[in-house]
Design a protein around this ligand. Structure first.
Ligand SMILES: NC(=O)C1=CN([C@@H]2O[C@H](COP(=O)(O)OP(=O)(O)OC[C@H]3O[C@@H](n4cnc5c(N)ncnc54)[C@H](O)[C@@H]3O)[C@@H](O)[C@H]2O)C=CC1
Ligand SMILES: N[C@@H](CC=O)C(=O)O
Ligand code: NA
Length: 440
């Protein structure tokens, strides 16, 4: 049978990995897909480098539209990243009746609704396994393996760069800038690494997973996004002493507020009990924990970033498309797991309405009555204390840190209590608040 012809947009980390793995495993892949999958053209900014990376075996073009408009090409693989040009290329490929594979979570989290609608109308597939947790087949698991379940929540370490930074800082005492540079050299970081550090990349991925898990449109603009740039080393140490690890988690969770169903969609540093498997996911590894009503908890672990791990997911999509290309469009797996006319608009909850536990650290005068004031404020805000730690003041110091771990409460209660605590004359500076999830 005639091989499937692929055009690759971008021959960077993931593009070159995709090319290499396709070459190396071509026979194995052909036996699985039922026909060969062949890259026939690539587009690149640096033509010489692209020729080197593809060993002079394929056509190399400067204009990516030459690929999306090439009638010979069946599948366009978008690996250039970014928003505007990627969107124009993907929509043009769809309009030309080509299937698309992309690793671009930024594109899908922001423009996914439009892109999937265009693909649906044209009867083509847009596959994106590589966009979430790199090589881990989490899209496949959520969309197909867990299809019997009502998904209750999912929580994941879904940014390799920040997990690598947190691990290296904790284990080797390296500074932030040094580790970030290493992550960039290893090909983990986004072109703009603030996307990693400020939690934007994780929020893109959490947004995509929330849509697939709950049957809602992608709504990145409603996600709460907080990265690791303001995290203090002291809180990482205190968390350890209390039996927790701090991880940047992406969370999507069903919740009810006043009897009305909503969805929590949030990314932030999170204390997790150190005994949980997911708390021990280190380096650039990713892990996603999914709670389904029938199956219970399932955990997906693996490399979430890097050239060949991500290529593994890109190629899995190429094989899927090759197998399904001749199937009736209605009999394919829907882009967002639910049939397009079955998506619902459950509200994404504002952060004030979410419910979780909290780590609160404050620096206080070491004098009688301080603790009583603090516990009264927490009680008045209906916040119940789960644990407390008070450090002895250092020699010659009159101030010390107090840390509270709370039971579950609404974020608005915590914000109100913090405002009062910060107003106390005995409390110095601002209160550090880090959310805590038991993930049980
Ligand atoms: N690096 C990783 O571990 C992962 C990356 N991704 C996603 O994969 C995509 C690619 O990422 P990387 O390969 O890491 O980036 P990269 O920066 O290494 O590669 C992108 C390549 O596209 C080229 N390019 C940019 N605009 C172009 C254009 N208009 N025409 C032709 N080529 C163009 C660049 O010159 C570069 O060589 C991004 O969307 C990224 O978010 C997804 C999962 C993991
Ligand atoms: N920059 C991302 C790459 C994979 O999606 C990460 O660090 O996880
Ligand atoms: Na994946």
């Amino acid at each position: 049978m005639k091989s499937i012809k692929v055009g690759l947009l971008g021959v960077g980390n993931v593009g070159s990995g995709t090319f290499n793995v396709l070459q190396r495993n071509q026979e194995e892949i052909r036996r699985r897909a039922g026909r060969g999958i062949e890259v026939v053209a690539v587009s690149a900014r640096n033509l010489e480098r692209a020729k080197e990376r593809t060993g002079g075996k394929v056509k190399v073009v400067a204009d990516p539209f030459d690929i999306v408009n090439d009638p010979e090409i069946d599948i366009v693989v978008e690996l250039i990243g970014g928003y505007d040009q990627a969107k124009a290329l993907v929509l043009q490929a769809i309009a030309n009746g080509k299937h698309v594979v992309t690793a671009n979570k930024a594109l899908l989290a922001v423009y996914g609704n439009e892109i999937f609608a265009a693909a649906q109308a044209k009867g083509v597939m847009v596959a994106f396994e590589a966009a979430v947790a790199g090589g881990i087949p989490i899209i496949k698991a959520l969309r197909e393996g867990l299809t019997a379940n009502r998904i209750e929540w999912l929580a994941g370490i879904i940014n390799g760069t920040t997990n690598f930074i947190l691990s290296e800082m904790r284990d080797k005492g390296l500074d932030f800038a040094t580790v970030l540079k290493q992550a960039q050299e290893l090909g983990y970081a986004e072109a703009d690494p603030t996307f990693d550090i400020e939690g934007v990349d994780a929020a893109h991925k959490a947004t995509i997973m929330s849509a697939i898990a709950f049957g809602i449109p992608v709504q990145f603009d409603k996600a709460y996004v907080e990265g690791i740039s303001k995290l203090n080393a002291i809180d990482i140490r205190y968390a350890e002493q209390l039996g927790y690890r701090i991880k940047l988690l992406g969370i999507a969770k069903r919740a009810k507020v006043n009897g009305v169903e909503g969805v929590e969609l949030r990314v932030h540093p999170t204390l997790i009990p150190a005994k949980r498997l997911i708390a021990n996911v280190e380096g650039a590894m990713n892990a996603v924990l999914v709670q389904g009503d029938a199956v219970g908890a399932t955990l997906y672990y693996g490399k979430g970033a890097g050239s060949e791990p991500t290529a593994s997911a890109v190629i899995a999509d190429l094989v899927d498309i090759t197998r399904l290309a001749t199937a009736d469009a209605e009999h394919r797996v829907p882009h967002l797991a639910f049939q397009p006319n079955e998506l619902t608009n459950i509200e994404i909850l504002p952060m004030a309405e979410i419910t979780t536990s909290y780590y609160l650290r404050m620096n206080v005068s070491d004098q009688p009555g301080v603790l009583a004031d603090l516990t009264r404020i927490l009680a008045d805000a209906t916040i119940s204390i789960d644990a407390m730690m008070q450090k002895e003041p250092a020699d010659g110091e009159t101030r010390t840190d107090i840390i509270f771990l709370t039971h579950q409460t609404q974020e608005k209660n915590v914000l109100a209590a913090i405002a009062k605590i910060e107003g106390l004359a005995t409390v110095c500076g601002s209160v550090t608040k880090i959310r805590l999830e038991n993930l049980a």
